[in-house]
Design a protein around this ligand. Structure first.
Ligand code: GUN
Length: 291
């Protein structure tokens, strides 16, 4: 069984990006600059955004963090986006999700200029992805494709089952895995909360990608012997034996599924770090696209 090491792969990608940044600077080009907008006090969102800012420092990007209280009006957020869209200094930016209930996430996503949408959530980027045109790919699915590619996991003609149909992960993931590309080319099935005979379907997966947000939902009896299992879930579970008082688990029962899988991502240290690496790759691409 191969443990797919997202932390190490992400570090490798960050080294590659840092080298490219050095080359850009040596040619007198400006530092790539990513901005992140964080609304409110959601603990997980704060952790993710801080990790994104730290990753920028590691690769030599400039970063700007814009923090606002969760009572910000929708219009005030749209104004911030408008400013970032028109700021020549900013190469790309993200608005961390979820947003407070009174703000329309679709309106916010659509307000971001597609050429600065390094999260790849704007309909223009999602549409280009469908058409197999160059675009910013959503960070988590892009990171998963990178992992499969860098671990030489055969995809062509394989059956990939994507569990979950979220706009951020499941839906774009299913499209990417079905594309006619070297790191995709699968036959894809997408499952969701209304799927019947779920176990029958997941058991036929050569590649099982789990993004349902349910702690340890996938057990060994749902997985085919020798499958590749990618766990997108991340949940905090109270654990007083840990210094922080919690530990992290995924959507998959790691220990029992690892015994059956030929390759599997752990939680933490699997998909999570790759999401950040993808965001950095997209930001560097945004800089290159400007030329
Ligand atoms: N919330 C959870 N994942 C993401 C992501 O990839 N980007 C943004 N902006 N928000 C998120």
């Amino acid at each position: 069984m191969i443990k797919i090491d997202g932390k190490a792969t992400s570090s490798k990608i960050k080294e590659e990006i840092a080298d490219e940044v050095k080359q850009l600077l040596s040619k007198g080009k400006k530092q790539p600059h990513l901005a992140a907008v964080l609304i409110g006090e959601d603990g997980a969102s704060k952790t993710y955004v801080n990790a994104k800012v730290k990753a920028c420092e590691q690769v030599g990007f400039q970063s700007t963090l814009i923090k606002k209280d969760d009572d910000i009006s929708e219009q005030a957020l749209l104004d911030i986006i408008d400013t970032l869209n028109n700021d020549e200094e900013i190469d790309g930016f993200i608005v961390q999700l979820p947003l407070p209930k009174h703000i329309d996430e679709h309106k916010v996503t659509m307000a971001i200029a597609p050429e600065k949408d390094v999260d790849g959530f704007h309909p223009t980027n999602l549409g280009k992805m469908l058409l197999n045109l160059p675009s910013f790919l959503p960070a988590t699915p892009y990171g998963i494709v990178q992992l499969l590619d860098r671990y030489n996991i055969e995809t062509a003609g394989k059956h990939c089952v994507v569990m979950g149909r979220s706009h951020i992960v499941g839906s774009p993931m299913s499209v990417l895995m079905a594309r006619n590309a070297t790191s995709a080319n699968c036959t894809v099935t997408i499952t969701h909360s209304r799927t019947q005979n779920l176990k029958e379907i997941t058991k036929s997966a050569d590649i099982l990608i789990v993004a349902i947000g349910k702690p340890e939902f996938v057990s060994a009896d749902m997985v085919k012997e020798g499958a590749t299992v990618i766990d997108v879930g991340i949940h905090r579970i109270e654990d007083n034996s840990k210094k922080k008082g919690f530990r992290l688990i995924g959507d998959v029962k790691y220990n029992e599924v690892a015994e059956k899988a030929s390759a599997i991502t752990p939680v933490p240290g699997g998909v999570g770090p790759m999401t950040i690496a993808s965001l950095l790759m997209n930001t560097l691409q945004a800089v290159k696209n400007k030329k």
